[in-house]
Write a protein that binds this ligand. Structure first.
Ligand code: BYC
Length: 310
């Protein structure tokens, strides 16, 4: 790689300039961005699945409408993100192929089952909260198309968060059975939520280069700490508990202390061997197969003749 071009690129990054698709960029910057944005896009469409199954079973018409809108938003986020990743030269078809063949990763968290309505509410509140922490930071990053997508996504996620919070508060202030249901859901989701921010900084492979090039504007541990700072007190205020006896904020350092989640489990889950990985990919594969005729029809010469008249 030309050292002068690299120096000029790094100087732009240092000045806080945004990089556009036609600008020169190091091959590794392109590769890392494709990896990260693609994984993010996959997480959005796979993320629609655990909550999506609750649309028909939501406990009221109001909740059904809100959940349907939320799930639809998540799929829209995937569209925005695939579009951003495509600007770097990998086609949407190639990305979807890598998802359904298990080559690409997506977020660990969506490989767990949503057994009850409370699981669905905990995802809407706390997984969306975690996503906002990560994404509001990275929306100020260096690659302009990703930042533009993240800005819009965060605006929508903040509605999801309000919806999720309202649904959790409703259960937490409801009957003993409702409280028990939401407590059990929290117990189930806490470890995967701790995993959601990625491995500890000292184990993270990509953080160093991504922070240097301002793709990641906060490290995994920084995001995890910020999330705990914002949401653990809110969870405790509802009289709910978290399944970690060591969880506490150190009054002197201001740092949250916690039991390290099981990182071996995390590795298994992100490498395809979690409780629902096979099921999630099977659903995507079926969707791909069933949608093939639609894509074929849209690309047919007849459709292209009709489209301008529509
Ligand atoms: N899950 O070096 P590291 C949503 C992988 S969806 C799976 O720290 P990095 C929502 C990592 O890819 C929002 N894999 O990586 C949707 C790497 O593997 P490879 C999801 C993970 O990139 C519907 C290896 O572990 N958010 O909000 O520096 C309904 C080493 O890790 C995970 C995003 O996608 C994980 N949790 O940092 C509701 C945000 N963590 O590629 C809600 C965009 C790590 O070397 N992504 N790995 O094979 C990021 O910000 C960063 O990629 C991460 C990881 C913080 C996730």
């Amino acid at each position: 790689e030309d050292p002068q071009l690299l120096a000029a690129f790094e100087a732009r990054i240092a000045r806080g300039e945004k990089i556009e698709p036609h600008d020169w960029m190091p091959a590794l910057y392109r590769k890392q961005l494709i990896r990260m944005i693609e994984q993010h896009a996959h997480s959005e469409i796979i993320g629609a699945l655990p909550e999506g199954t609750w649309i028909t079973r939501a406990p009221s018409f109001k909740r059904k409408m809100a959940l349907m809108a939320k799930v639809q938003d998540e799929v829209g986020h995937a569209q925005l993100l695939y579009g951003a990743a495509e600007t770097l030269g990998k086609s949407r078809e190639a990305m979807l192929h890598d998802l359904i063949t298990g080559k690409s990763k997506y977020s660990n968290i969506f490989n767990y089952p949503a057994f009850t309505w409370a699981d669905s509410t905990v995802i809407s509140w706390l997984v969306d909260a975690g996503a906002i922490v990560n994404q509001t930071a990275n929306a100020k990053g260096s690659y302009a198309p990703y930042c533009r997508a993240l800005e819009r996504i965060c605006a929508e996620e903040s509605f999801h968060l309000k919806y999720g919070h309202d649904a959790v508060v409703h259960l937490a202030t409801g009957t003993p059975l409702q409280r028990q249901m939401v407590q059990e859901a929290l117990n189930r989701w806490w470890p995967p939520i701790m995993h959601f921010f990625g491995p500890p900084d000292k184990m993270s492979v990509h953080t160093e280069v991504l922070v240097r090039w301002k793709v990641k504007m906060a490290t995994n541990d920084e995001c995890r700490q910020q999330f705990m700072d914002m949401y653990v007190p809110k969870i405790w205020e509802l009289g709910l508990t978290l399944p970690d006896p060591n969880l506490r904020k150190n009054a002197e350092t201001g740092v949250w202390e916690y039991t390290e989640p099981d990182w071996e489990e995390f590795k298994r889950v992100i490498n395809g061997d979690g409780p629902c990985n096979k099921e999630r990919l099977a659903v995507r594969r079926t969707a791909e197969e069933r949608g093939a005729w639609v894509r074929k029809a849209l690309l047919s010469p007849k459709m292209q003749y009709v489209a301008p008249l529509a």
